[in-house]
Write a protein that binds this ligand. Structure first.
Ligand code: MRU
Length: 331
């Protein structure tokens, strides 16, 4: 299987797995213009914080290739950076690639510098995910059942994954690990993507609805919770809507709640109140595909992410090791 997102040298464009079609269809789509990539980001064809970092960087390459002048290049780069507001990796990837591009004097030099940096970001993500896996797998014991939310797997990264990378590494070490995947309404990244990925790898996975998490924790069948992050700030972690609920419930049942995230998701200059949580279209709740689930004119509240304070988090698993929240706030 190809990486979630990659540069196609021959055709000079970005190729990515269209995650909106999974699990029914595995299709690679291409983006030859930054605008097409922005649409792919906003429609969640490519999604998940680390994958968005790589997407943003490759998007800068497309912008450098196509922008007629400096002013339009900067406009396009800003549009790309703002395509989704919560995962800090998007801005991180865009900024790194654009800073690199600015070292070039001509258009072709800018493209070459941006591309080298974007490739570097993608390669780093792969290495970092493996390191997160190594550190995190030490926390898992043979026989553990891990509850996860959304998709923090290979599809959310360039490959391997963060939360699911921890599970993958533990399984590769010979531990028997089972995953409880919460479906993650409204866009079902858990049922569509996490379940698909794990089945592909032959890792035992059981699908549950989001609202079952309290019940399964009370039944004593969850040993650990591991989720990813869109942004780690001074007072806690932003991740897919529903994460906070699992953290509260895990605390109530004394189940360790871990966040697995690369340092590129860290934004420790900021507090939670300074971060914008993306609100998405009402249609995501009113319809499921073409099935109408609610009256068309009902008022809808659809935030894509929530915030979990550090007091509910046992540790953040990073490429540099397992960090306890107290150590983070001291930095
Ligand atoms: O809206 P999405 O699908 O981009 O949200 C993704 C998540 O919330 C993930 O848990 C997060 O980005 C971490 S991915 C390693």
């Amino acid at each position: 299987m190809m990486r979630t997102i990659a540069w196609d040298d021959e055709r000079e464009l970005v190729a990515l797995i269209d995650q909106t079609l999974l699990p029914a269809e595995y299709r690679i789509v291409t983006c030859a213009k930054a605008d097409t990539l922005i649409e792919a980001i906003q429609s969640l064809k490519v999604r998940g914080a680390p994958a968005l970092g790589a997407a943003g960087a490759f998007g800068v390459v497309l912008a450098c290739m196509n922008a007629p002048d400096d002013r339009s290049l900067r406009q396009m780069v800003n549009k790309l950076r703002a395509a989704r507001p919560t995962a800090v990796n998007l801005a991180y990837g865009v900024d790194r690639a654009f800073q690199a591009a600015l070292k070039g004097a001509s258009r072709s030099e800018r493209v070459a510098y941006a591309l080298a940096e974007a490739r570097q970001i993608a390669e780093e993500d792969v290495v970092v995910n493996r390191q997160i896996g190594e550190h995190g797998s030490a926390l898992l014991e043979d026989g553990d059942v891990v509850l996860t939310h959304c998709n923090a797997g290979r599809l959310a990264c360039v490959e391997w994954g963060t939360a699911l990378g921890v599970v993958r590494t533990a399984v590769a070490q010979g531990k028997r690990i089972e995953v409880l995947a919460c479906e993650t309404r409204p866009l079902n990244q858990g049922s569509r993507l996490t379940a698909w990925e794990l089945l592909q790898d032959g890792i035992p996975v059981t699908l549950i609805t989001d609202s079952m998490s309290a019940a399964v924790m009370r039944q004593g069948i969850v040993d650990k919770v591991i989720v990813g992050a869109d942004r780690v700030v001074r007072d806690g972690v932003f991740n897919k809507i529903g994460t906070y609920m699992h953290a509260v419930v895990a605390k109530a049942h004394a189940i360790p709640f871990y966040v697995a995230a690369p340092c590129s998701s860290f934004d420790l200059k900021r507090l939670s109140e300074e971060v914008r949580i993306e609100e998405r279209a009402p249609e995501e709740l009113i319809y499921c595909g073409t099935n109408q689930l609610a009256p068309r004119d009902v008022r809808v509240y659809n935030p894509a992410f929530d915030f979990t304070p550090f007091e509910l988090i046992e540790a953040v698993i990073t490429e540099r090791g397992v960090i306890r929240p107290a150590e983070l706030t001291e930095r």
